[in-house]
Write a protein that binds this ligand. Structure first.
Ligand SMILES: [Fe+2]
Length: 130
């Protein structure tokens, strides 16, 4: 896992709005990545984390509006809920100093990339053919 994964054209789901939101998720992670390692950044890091969590929730609810007519909508919504819960747990563990910010970021990067390339891209492709 590279330290600073970037959005790549191969992550495109052929939906301009969702691609933009995915790019913005990467840029929020990148901001956090750049803040780490300096204790004076504690407040900025806390603010960036809560901004990232908020944006993940907003983004998922935007996606869900588009997925409503997909037959596996409920399964996708469940995946989103699980990702939010897991990320919140990682954030709680980070705040309790049970893990490093880099571990939280690695976790978020991993699921963002996996979710975009395996789930979102498949759903959008199938919606195009419905
Ligand atoms: Fe999704």
């Amino acid at each position: 896992m590279p330290n600073q994964p970037e959005w790549k054209p191969e992550y495109s789901v052929n939906n301009e709005l969702i691609d933009f939101q995915h790019q913005y998720l990467f840029s929020l992670c990148k901001t956090l990545h750049q803040l780490q390692g300096n204790k004076r950044n504690k407040l900025s890091i806390e603010q960036a984390i809560s901004g990232l969590l908020d944006y993940i929730e907003l983004h998922f609810s935007e996606e869900e509006k588009l997925y409503k007519r997909h037959p596996e909508f409920a399964a996708h919504q469940k995946l989103h809920q699980n990702l939010i819960q897991q990320t919140e747990q990682f954030v709680a563990d980070y705040k309790e100093e049970k893990l490093e910010l880099s571990e939280l970021l690695d976790f978020v990067y991993d699921w963002i990339i996996e979710h975009i390339t395996k789930i979102d891209s498949r759903y959008f492709k199938e919606l195009e053919n419905m």
